[in-house]
Design a protein around this ligand. Structure first.
Ligand code: ADP
Length: 475
């Protein structure tokens, strides 16, 4: 099959979270299965020079957008059988950050148009156009309704929801300006939801199939609690809604061959993990001790991730228990402030690292003992999978993909790979963490938990086969 994917992020080029990891791994796996795959993303100025210097300029294209003729360029990069195309338009994408700009609606609407221009002008003739999250969801509106893209209309459309919370909601005026489509699309409710233009809803409406990144999240988003006010609409599409669990890129996240860590290790010989732990402690300015449980969290600091839960739990834990905590993350100011204060209150016990640092993240996954993930909702979650691959034990809330991948440890059977709270049942994160710390002190159990995690199958091959099956069912 010929597949075109479009997204706002793709590892290793431009990453803000798990969306990038998926785009970095799934296309490679589909290519391995014999499919022809092209990935189109914006050429952000933050893409590292080592990649950009390898990009090949292919075309200069023109587009009429918001009443003006605009010229953009298309660069190509080949890797692992995947054809990556980068759309360069500096006015929109020469920025320090991927998202969070006041003109995001306009930037991604422009990108949406360029994707279809590229597909059409390069005669890619895809069987499937697969878009991801709100940034590219409205491509499907243009694909199905804009007469300029007649020649590629027969392509089947797939949308993956990586996070329902972000929907790309804008005013009717913004919609009309950015998409230059008849007002009836809004007035008849094809692209409108709850009094706004809604990019994600538009994509859901026009998609032939909609996927989410775990089976549990697929069911959850049909409910009021997790549905982000789109659940009644999603229920109408229920027949076409499928949950396919994410994997991780086993080459990128490989404790036995990871250039970002200090000492490699695998499930047969785990000594290297301790060396990485000491390297973290040294870097973080914490006492270099092998016996103290080292807790970590690597995350966007947003409400979703349950930082409020840590606000409740961490001060007491750090006061009463001999533990260390290292945070790597950035996001909402209120949470950054909380962690900075924690750093001041618990010197020598806590290390707070505000920012995005891929290499340090790998070292933390490799050397920490326990990974905290008290998410209120989690579409799939990759951090718990990466942790388990490196023998770091997750303590997580039982929701979404966490429920599908983290299994509570059973001391009789020595089965399970982590510890779970269940906020929906008032089972607290604190208790799950206490259970975890109790087993930390019992080395035979601790070895079993770590190894159960490391032996799990987190590969993309199973999920990629499910996507391929889904595409096949459409054509
Ligand atoms: P989400 O996509 O909701 O942010 P996931 O768990 O699915 O959460 O994926 C998060 C990805 O982003 C993981 O690969 C994680 O290691 C990475 N990540 C998050 N924050 C940082 C950070 N500050 N520095 C480096 N990597 C980070």
């Amino acid at each position: 099959m010929k597949i075109v994917m479009a997204a706002a992020e793709c590892a290793p080029f431009a990453k803000a979270g798990g969306l990038a990891d998926v785009l970095g791994a799934l296309p490679k796996e589909l290519s391995r299965l014999g499919h022809e795959i092209t990935v189109i993303i914006p050429k952000y100025s933050l893409i590292a020079d080592k990649y950009v210097s390898e990009f090949v300029l292919k075309e200069t294209m023109e587009l009429f957008f918001k009443g003006q003729q605009k010229t953009f360029r298309v660069f190509e990069y080949e890797q692992a059988g995947v054809n990556y195309l980068f759309m360069e338009y500096d006015d929109y994408f020469k920025r320090d950050q991927i998202y969070g700009q006041s003109d995001d609606a306009e930037r991604y609407a422009f990108f949406n148009r360029t994707v279809l221009e590229i597909v059409q002008q390069r005669s890619l003739e895809p069987d499937i156009i697969h878009v991801h999250d709100w940034h590219t969801a409205a491509i499907l509106l243009l694909l199905k309704e804009d007469s300029r893209y007649e020649s590629i209309k027969s392509a089947k459309a797939v949308l993956t929801i990586h996070n329902l919370q972000f929907q790309g909601k804008y005013s009717k005026k913004t919609f009309l300006e950015n998409f230059e489509m008849d007002a009836r699309y809004y007035d008849e409710g094809l692209v409108e939801w709850d009094g706004n233009f809604n990019s994600l809803k538009t994509g859901i409406f026009y998609a032939d199939k909609v996927t989410t990144v775990s089976p549990t999240y697929r069911d959850e988003i049909l409910t009021d609690f997790y549905g982000e006010k789109l659940n009644s609409f999603l229920q109408e599409k229920e027949q076409d809604l499928i949950g396919i669990l994410n994997g991780i890129d086993l080459e990128v996240y490989n404790p036995a061959a990871d250039l970002s860590i200090v000492r490699e290790f695998d499930v047969m010989s785990m000594e290297g993990k301790q060396v990485n732990k000491r390297a973290i402690q040294l870097k973080a300015g914490l006492p270099e001790r092998g016996d103290v449980p080292l807790l970590t969290m690597i995350s966007r600091l947003s409400g979703q991730k349950g930082i409020d839960v840590l606000q409740e739990v961490l001060p007491d834990l750090l006061s009463n228990e001999d533990v260390q905590f290292v945070l790597l993350g950035s996001g909402e100011e209120q949470y950054e402030t909380f962690f900075k204060e924690l750093d001041i209150d618990f010197p020598g016990q806590v290390s707070i690292n505000i920012g995005f640092d891929e290499a340090f993240a790998h070292l933390l996954y490799a050397g920490a003992d326990i990974f905290l993930m008290p998410s209120h909702f989690e579409p799939c979650g990759l951090s718990q999978l990466i942790s388990m691959r490196y023998g770091t034990v997750p303590v997580a809330n039982k929701t979404g993909g966490l429920k599908d991948t983290v299994l509570e440890y059973d001391e009789d059977l020595k089965s399970g790979n982590g510890f779970l709270s269940d906020f929906s049942k008032d089972s607290s994160f604190d208790l799950a963490l206490q259970r975890c710390l109790t087993f930390y002190q019992q080395s035979d159990h601790w070895e079993a938990i770590k190894k159960n995690g490391m032996k799990g199958d987190y590969s993309w091959s199973r999920s990629a086969a499910e996507y391929a099956e889904l595409y096949e069912s459409l054509i």
